[in-house]
Design a protein around this ligand. Structure first.
Ligand SMILES: [Zn+2]
Length: 832
């Protein structure tokens, strides 16, 4: 038994010896492998300190606008550990890794605790990761959280601890860890949440940031600060228990009120920065660590405040949003760009209204007139503002003038300054839609990519959609003598090697698109507060105390308000409206966008004002190169005749002034007995008196009648008559033969025979009618209108009848009471 027993013992002893030996060998091999693995140099693919920081965007005066984070969340603004207060280090260690200074990269106690916890719940929930392990994850992101990866992380963190000091590891961790709100690293987090550098953080603030690390997305303190505050208090208490905070400091820290810095402060000029980031793929600054932009933060802040102030004022008119751009005329620098009322408001605050396409209303009219001036028109040319010309548009919609009236004959200067619609359409018809489209393309409106037929004559009234930035830059071309050049948003950038690259607009090709004299003239008209006073009043928001060329616009159904203008140094453009394209109520360019424009323009004007070369009445100085100053008749635009009572001065391009005298103002003879026009041939000078009467060309006769203006016959024009002439006249019997050519006829004057109309599918049918017009041979005559043989209406002076548009080809005839047959007829076509 004993032998047996000793045999068994020796057998077990041999087994144990063998087992022990083989285990030792395995452990030795494993240990050797672990030692070799762990002690090997840290792979350079994962440098602790990032080679490149995030991209910082500054305004033109060195104020930080935004820190742009790189893909993959690597290092941001790197600060050395000595600049991080010890209480912040203690707070993060208390929260994340209490035995950081005592373990070798892995914390067996924490591993056992988390293993126990994970077994209990049956899933891998609790990490128990040390700071070294977390750093490994930050260095090698995008790895799934599996047990295998966890083991690899463990090995790597051992290797990390073998190769680097605790201070180096903690520094790398604090500079890389994510605190939410796009803040990677402690410095970025301190700047984001408290608007201060990390070295200025208090223990309470340090503890607050430390608790965010665990779950930055869920805590999101800008949404609700309370969950994070609760964790911060718990952490402060733990810190006191660990002895890293004494009782006095704890009391102070608990009493400290945590106030988050407003998001907007750490996210200045947000739309502008987004705009630059969006450009990033198209320009060579992808490698930039610092971008010195063109923005002027002071100007930007002022513009934001002004816009917000006025949008509050306009809220009752259903105006919810607005955008604004300020450009430097010379350099093209974007000095301010406000994309919406509030970038942080949901759902559409991040829309950049400076870049969205919208109907520009009347703001393209200056370019139509710039073309007209190149095509032989002058600022004194008379253009028709007549209601019955709006059918020229055929398939477009002519909005009402601002004052809801038609003004008959108007000078080009008035037409542009007062923004009358029909004259602009008339001018565009004369110069051609293709010419305007080509000019707009040259001015940078790449968005107008449809055919001329698509836009039609409505192009000058804003039927094409453009963006505010392009619009403002097109006005900048007017301000710089017709030279168009792209805008600039970056002054210079510094690449990761520390090299600075300057971004110069001169490199970009500059294109001369409008002759300089024409730009001067258009600019003068847009600054003419007297010329625009007829429509907008002299004391409108457009009348600034210095020279400023400005134009407003309102799109169809009051969806968009615009106001764009320039002084000697800056172009300012303002849009107001709604991102959902809902209509505003009772608000036009002059009441909506113009007051915003005015406030911003007055502010920027003080920035760098030179003595103005043009006074605020819009009149150029005598010696304006390329233009001639001439006296004209204010009503006919022609050289003044002896009877023109309203004479003004106008500017003309060289050799465009016609010396032909005014044909509108003539002296007529009226009988002293019945005050009716009288032929000076038929009576002695003692029987009549003379009076100046303006009589406009035939195109305007219907308008004159509508306005009850006197139209004396041509034979009543005053002239010196000898007694022989008078005798000869008296001997002639056929008065009608002499005066016949002047006799008015019964005639349809609108529409013309063969005119074509189109029904607007968006307008209500009852609002779509055409005003038929006729002249009658005698003042009290009644005229019968027939459409397709059916009597439609009987009219009396001024013979205007409204006929609702109906699809098809229609014959319209006119009949008098004493005639059996039509005296006049036309055929028109109406397309659906
Ligand atoms: Zn005249």
């Amino acid at each position: 038994m004993s032998l047996k027993g000793s045999d068994m013992r020796s057998f077990f002893a041999a087994c144990f010896k063998w087992w022990w030996r083989s285990t030792l060998v395995v452990l030795c091999i494993l240990g050797l492998w672990l030692f070799v693995f762990v002690s090997r140099t840290w792979p350079t693919a994962y440098p602790l300190k990032a080679e490149r920081n995030s991209t910082l965007m500054y305004d033109r005066n060195g104020s930080l606008l935004r820190e742009v984070h790189l893909e993959g969340g690597t290092s941001k603004r790197w600060i050395p550990l000595k600049d991080i207060p010890t209480w912040v280090q203690d707070a993060i260690l208390t929260a994340e890794d209490r035995r950081f200074y005592y373990h070798f990269g892995a914390d067996p106690l924490a591993i056992m605790r988390s293993a126990y916890y994970n077994c209990k719940v049956g899933r891998v929930l609790m990490g128990g990761s040390t700071i070294s392990e977390q750093l490994i994850r930050l260095l090698m992101p995008d790895r799934p959280r599996t047990l295998k990866n966890k083991f690899i992380e463990l090995l790597y963190s051992l290797r990390l601890s073998f190769n680097f000091s605790k201070a180096q590891i903690l520094e790398a961790y604090l500079n890389r860890v994510y605190f939410g709100g796009q803040a990677y690293g402690l410095e970025a987090a301190a700047q984001l949440y408290f608007g201060c550098p990390a070295r200025a953080l208090s223990p309470a603030q340090g503890a607050f940031l430390s608790v965010l690390v665990r779950s930055p997305q869920e805590l999101a303190p800008y949404k609700d600060i309370n969950p994070a505050l609760k964790l911060q208090r718990d952490l402060l208490l733990s810190m006191e228990k660990r002895g890293v905070l004494d009782k006095v400091d704890l009391k102070r820290a608990l009493a400290e009120k945590i106030t988050l810095a407003p998001l907007s402060e750490r996210f200045a000029a947000p739309h502008f920065c987004d705009f630059i980031i969006a450009q990033n793929e198209q320009w060579p600054a992808q490698d930039a660590v610092r971008i010195d932009t063109t923005l002027d933060l002071k100007m930007q802040n002022y513009a934001e405040n002004v816009l917000n102030y006025h949008l509050e004022r306009l809220a009752s008119h259903n105006v919810k949003n607005g955008s604004l751009v300020v450009l430097d005329i010379k350099s093209g620098d974007i000095l301010a760009m406000v994309g919406s009322k509030n970038y942080f408001s949901l759902p559409d605050g991040q829309n950049n209204g400076c870049l969205t396409l919208r109907q520009p209303g009347s703001t393209l009219k200056p370019f139509t007139y710039a073309l007209a001036l190149q095509h032989g028109f002058t600022a004194a040319s008379i253009l028709p503002d007549l209601s019955y010309l709006d059918s020229m548009l055929k398939d477009a919609f002519v909005p009402e003038n601002y004052d809801r009236r038609f003004h008959g004959p108007v000078r080009l200067r008035q037409a542009l300054a007062c923004s009358y619609n029909v004259p602009a359409v008339y001018a565009l018809q004369k110069v051609g839609i293709n010419s305007l489209l080509e000019l707009l393309h040259n001015l940078g409106f790449t968005e107008l990519n449809k055919s001329a037929q698509h836009y039609g004559l409505g192009l000058t009234l804003g039927s094409g959609e453009v963006n505010l930035l392009h619009l403002v830059n097109a006005y900048r071309a007017l301000a710089r003598e017709g030279n168009c050049q792209v805008v600039r948003f970056c002054q210079s950038y510094t690449d990761s090697r520390g090299e600075k690259h300057f971004w110069s607009a001169e490199e970009d090709t500059e294109q001369k698109v409008i002759p300089p004299e024409i730009c001067t003239l258009i600019g003068d008209i847009l600054a003419d507060s007297i010329a625009r006073s007829e429509a907008f009043g002299y004391h409108s928001a457009l009348n600034l105390p210095f020279h400023c060329s400005v134009k407003t616009g309102t799109s169809k159904d009051y969806r968009d308000n615009w106001c764009i203008g320039y002084d000697d140094n800056y172009v300012v453009g303002v849009w107001t409206g709604n991102f959902d394209a809902s209509a505003m109520r009772n608000v036009s360019g002059i009441t909506g966008a113009a007051p915003i424009f005015r406030d911003v323009m007055k502010y920027v004007h003080q920035y760098r004002s030179r003595p103005s070369k043009i006074s605020n009445t819009g009149k150029l100085n005598e010696a304006e190169p390329g233009l001639e100053k001439r006296w004209i008749c204010a009503e006919s635009g022609a050289a003044p005749g002896p009877y023109c009572y309203n004479k003004i001065q106008e500017y003309f391009l060289p050799n465009t002034f016609s010396y032909e005298v005014c044909q509108v103002h003539k002296l007529y003879c009226f009988s002293k007995t019945n005050r009716q026009p009288i032929n000076p041939l038929s009576c002695s000078p003692s029987e009549y008196f003379t009076k100046v009467v303006p009589v406009y060309p035939p195109l305007y006769r219907a308008w004159m009648r509508e306005h009850k203006m006197l139209i004396p016959p041509q034979w009543a024009i005053y002239r010196k008559v000898s007694s022989e002439e008078r005798t000869k006249y008296a001997q002639s019997s056929d008065l009608n033969m002499k005066n016949g050519s002047e006799l008015p006829k019964d005639k349809i004057i609108f529409p013309e025979n063969g005119a074509v109309f189109r029904i607007d599918p968006f307008l209500k049918r009852q609002h779509q009618s055409v005003n038929l017009r006729a002249t009658a041979s005698a003042p009290n005559k009644k005229l019968t209108w027939k459409v397709d043989g059916q009597v439609f209406q009987v009219s009396s002076e001024p013979h205007v009848v409204s006929w609702p548009l109906r699809e098809g080809v229609h014959r319209i005839t006119l009949q008098t009471e004493d005639s059996k047959f039509p005296v006049d007829s036309i055929t028109i076509t109406v397309y659906p």
